[in-house]
Design a protein around this ligand. Sequence first.
Ligand SMILES: [Zn+2]
Length: 289
Amino acid sequence: MRRLLLIAFALALAASPLRAEERLNVLASFSILADFVKNVGGDKVNVTSLVGPNGDIHVYAPAPSDAKTVGEVKLLVINGIGLEGWLPRLVQSSGSKATVVTASSGIAPLSHGSEADPHAWQSVANAKIYVANIRDALATADPADAAIFRANADRYLAELDALDAEVRAAIAKIPPERRKVISTHNAFGYFASTYGIAFIAPSGVSTENEPSARDIAAIIRQIRSEKIPAVFLENISDERLIRRIAAETGAKVGGTLYSDSLTAEKGPAPTYIDLVRHNIKALTSALGG
Ligand SMILES: [Zn+2]
């Protein structure tokens, strides 16, 4: 009997290191989604992102090694709403059997003209929908850890509620006539409609199109006629264009607003919550009157 117990104990010891390898392998298309997965999955998932910090999701060119990565994961979390145009081909060429989870599922997309705006995560209320979708997908893929995913999601959703309240309180302090900015890429439509700040973008939804000289002249006229107080840069667009506009109009260059990507760990926006906090601080200090 004692000997059997010892054997059982030895087996348990031998089995325990394997637990770590039982982590669910999840691949996210870009860094913000990976952060959501990390918060919900905790130490039950290994998550990586195809487009890493400071990368441009719109114009990503998959590397040959990405096909291998996609082929090995069980879950692939994407934004949807047309953001990852390069992805279907990659998934097909990888022969992947992964379940594809569209994190924005259930969100009614905004559109600019005929194009749907994929940047739904810029509203914290939408980020909560992403997190709920990710929670449900993780629970389906790994039912044994579903309770942990639910508890992690509950905690993170409460943090997002607090973040949403923080954003609303900060914007309430900006004089209403100053709640308008110019930004390099049209990524803040959901933020604008949720929180009531007008974003006027010099280029289209995609970073693939650079504005023409005629677009720039129109923007400069608009800043002057609408008395737009501030101009913002992004981490992924041409800063020279914005600086020229600022120099010709006297609008304040308000710093960088992060839209589509987290920064590296030591940067100002290593997590989604940091990103939103950074943006709201930049906005309030430029527009605060
Ligand atoms: Zn974008």
